[in-house]
Design a protein around this ligand. Structure first.
Ligand code: PLP
Length: 464
């Protein structure tokens, strides 16, 4: 990876080589800034050398994030490296392109006011979730104040959510009523939602692509049960959909699924541009159904960059290149391209699930159909293969694969799941390479049994 220049900073024809310089011989400063300056190319290469120890992004089947970035996106990111998204005065066209992306997404998600509604880019779904949650909280408080009711105990009802919703709840002082998983029911259901909602519920958050299992929660069912609740009790509870993955999948490969602004109760949706939006890391989106669903109170007007500009975001300065890259993706892939790409990923996920099932040791928890491209499985009940899924994760890493194993959240903590995500940049050949390595790892454990299997603490791998 190092570009390795001989004679970097070489003075007066003196022999010099990056790897014979003092900094290469003694090591990079780690806790204090050095007194002397160094040759830039040498430092670049030493840092790139160190980064070789990071995983190989293409073989990382644990992350939802897009890791395959084509040449044109590199060019765009390079040209846009100095663009500051917040500075709409200096970079009005970047702001204009952000707006176009907002309306393209609003249209993709069937907003009745796609051309005029509000939305914004964020650094990812986490920030987008904070903004969506805040809007729900503000709307709820407005409603309660009008009714002369107390506003000190807001709650939000979710299924097994990504950690960003737990953060939202804690940071912004909202009680989270998370529906626990049960054996045989891993997603939210209307009955479980109805048990938890009351007049202090700011909203219900179904997830389109649950982190732990990749399945979609049924937004339509939740919507309908809340309609019935309103008919019976007068309680009018809005929905925010966490479409971190699904927002960029369902419109293309699950066209018949009704989950978006076609459902009137769905007031806002977030998605990650850097997941199945196919953009480089650092972009997410939140869109409101109609302009009036975003409380004006949350929009700040600042004049210190020249013009008068409205801002609604947790960050101030942030990079603009990811947004331009998103627009580039919309234009180059179009609906046709997104559909082909996501379908290919979904097909690879289904293939992997089928092949893993044939191995006989595993129960398929998600077969790759109907949700996020990928698959997940558990070790069959009553089978003791002589290794844990954590051991298998560990062994696959020898060949560079990153495959997450983790325990499910409560009340299914006793279940260990192994999961792969399939993203753009993956092929049938890669699927076969992975499956071969998986079989090889299992054979290896049969010949060399694990004496003390890895526990969940030792083996747990990060999952997003
Ligand atoms: C990834 C993910 C998030 C967080 O998104 P970031 O873009 O990483 O901030 C939130 N919710 C779900 C369902 C996710 O998959």
């Amino acid at each position: 990876m190092a570009l390795h220049t001989v004679n970097p900073g070489g003075k007066d024809g003196q022999y010099s080589d990056e790897y014979t310089q003092e900094v290469s011989l003694k090591g990079l400063p780690k806790f204090k800034m050095g007194e002397k300056s160094n040759d830039s190319a040498t430092i670049r290469d030493l840092i790139l050398d160190e980064l070789l120890l990071d995983g190989n992004a293409k073989q990382n089947l644990s992350t939802f994030c897009q890791t395959d970035v084509d040449q044109d996106l590199h060019i765009i990111m390079d040209k846009c490296i100095n663009k500051n998204m917040i500075d709409k005065d200096e970079y009005p066209q970047t702001a204009e392109i952000e707006e176009r992306c907002v309306h393209i997404l609003a249209d993709l998600w069937n907003s009745p006011q796609a051309a005029t509604t509000l939305g914004c880019s964020t650094t990812g779904s986490s920030e987008a979730a904070m903004l969506g949650g805040l809007a729900l909280k503000w709307k709820w408080r407005e409603k309660m104040k009008k009714a002369g009711k107390p506003t000190d105990k807001p709650n939000i009802v979710t299924g097994p959510v990504q950690v960003c919703w737990e953060k939202f709840a804690r940071y912004f002082d909202v009680e989270i009523r998370q529906i626990p998983m049960e054996h045989g029911r891993l997603l939210m259901t209307p009955e479980e939602v109805l048990k938890r909602v009351d007049e202090n519920t700011i909203g219900v958050v179904p997830t389109l692509g649950v982190t732990f299992t990749l399945q979609y929660e049924n937004v339509q069912e939740i919507h309908d049960c809340l309609d019935k609740l309103q008919k019976d009790t007068g309680l009018d509870i809005p929905i925010h959909v966490d479409g971190a993955s699904g927002g960029f999948l369902a419109p293309f490969i699950q066209k018949d699924l009704v989950w978006d602004f076609r459902l009137p109760r769905v007031k806002s949706i977030n998605t990650s541009g850097h997941k199945f939006g196919l953009s480089p890391i650092g972009v997410g989106w939140v869109i409101w159904r109609e302009k009036s669903d975003l409380p004006e109170d949350l929009i700040f007007n600042v004049n210190y960059l020249g013009g008068n500009m409205p801002t609604f975001a947790l960050n101030f300065s942030k990079p603009g290149g990811q947004i331009i890259a998103q627009y580039h993706n919309f234009l180059t892939h179009g609906k046709e391209g997104y559909t082909k790409i996501q379908q290919a990923c979904s097909d690879h996920g289904q293939y992997i699930a089928q092949e893993i099932k044939k191995m006989g040791l595993f129960n398929i928890l998600y077969d790759g159909k109907g949700g996020v491209p990928g698959a997940c499985w558990v070790i069959k009940d009553g089978v003791d293969p002589g290794f844990t899924l954590f051991d298998l994760t560990d062994r696959l890493r020898v060949r560079g694969w990153q495959v997450a194993s983790y325990t499910l959240p409560s009340n299914c903590e006793d279940m260990v799941v192994q999961r792969v995500l399939i993203r753009h940049g993956f092929s049938r050949d890669m699927a076969d390479l992975l499956l071969d390595d998986l079989k090889r790892a299992i054979d290896y454990f049969q010949k060399h049994p694990v004496s003390v299997p890895l526990s969940k603490e030792e083996g747990s791998s990060f999952h997003h």
